[in-house]
Design a protein around this ligand. Structure first.
Ligand code: SF4
Length: 214
């Protein structure tokens, strides 16, 4: 189909805006064949993201791990089960939110993504954010919080200092609330982080209720 593209929207030749689902599918189709950085050489499957095309909340992690790389879906291993439990604790299903990562392909041996990989890959994430226009963005861990904070000119000094707080900001021309917390994988084997992550989700749940989201 021939389309007209502006920075924010995509239209058919008849001037009809494409629905979010189609726009997200377009991003996903590009991600699964992307070879823009060296992670494409070592990945099994790229992991574009999953969830509702009408989601008002986005959860952004760092990068796919081993299970995600094998399946092509984010948060499907032990950390994913933990995330599902946290979501269900505040009355949400993963089908109601959108879950993705800063970097869409698994870094070898789960190392942190390199700055160039983040720079090369994040235009996909930015497109997903523009399409969804979420009211809340929950950043999971240091890398995704650092990336989103950098986009809104907030200084980032580590997840333990900013977790559990709501930051109102203008991101890509939209008003959003950013809520940083620990990455579920980091909290899995650390009881203190686990408790704090659960507390953060309860706080998030109350705020979402106040805003009639969920
Ligand atoms: S990490 Fe991102 S930029 Fe690199 S190959 Fe995968 S999808 Fe492309």
């Amino acid at each position: 189909m021939r389309l007209i593209r502006t920075e924010k929207e995509v239209f058919t030749l008849e001037g009809v805006p494409l629905p979010n689902e189609k726009l997200l599918d377009e991003v996903a189709a590009e991600v699964v064949v992307c070879t823009k950085c060296l992670l494409s050489k070592t990945r099994t499957k790229a992991v574009p993201g999953v969830g509702s095309s009408a989601a008002q909340i986005m959860f952004i992690g760092e990068a796919p791990g081993q299970s995600e790389d094998a399946k092509g879906e984010p948060f499907v291993g032990a950390a994913g089960k933990f995330l599902d439990a946290l979501l269900s604790g505040i009355g949400l299903l993963r089908e109601q939110v959108f879950i993705t990562n800063v970097v869409k392909c698994r870094p070898p041996r789960n190392r942190e993504p390199m700055p160039l990989e983040v720079k090369t890959c994040t235009p996909y994430l930015d497109r997903q954010i523009r399409i969804l226009q979420p009211k809340f963005i929950v950043t999971l861990g240091n890398n995704s919080t650092a990336y989103i904070f950098s986009k809104v000119n907030l200084s980032f000094t580590g997840i333990t200092r900013v977790r559990g707080e709501f930051f109102k900001a203008s991101l890509l021309g939209m008003q959003v609330v950013i809520f940083p917390t620990f990455h579920p994988a980091a909290a899995l084997y650390n009881e203190k982080y686990k408790e704090q992550l659960a507390e953060d989700f309860q706080l998030l749940g109350r705020e979402l209720k106040k805003n009639m989201i969920g």
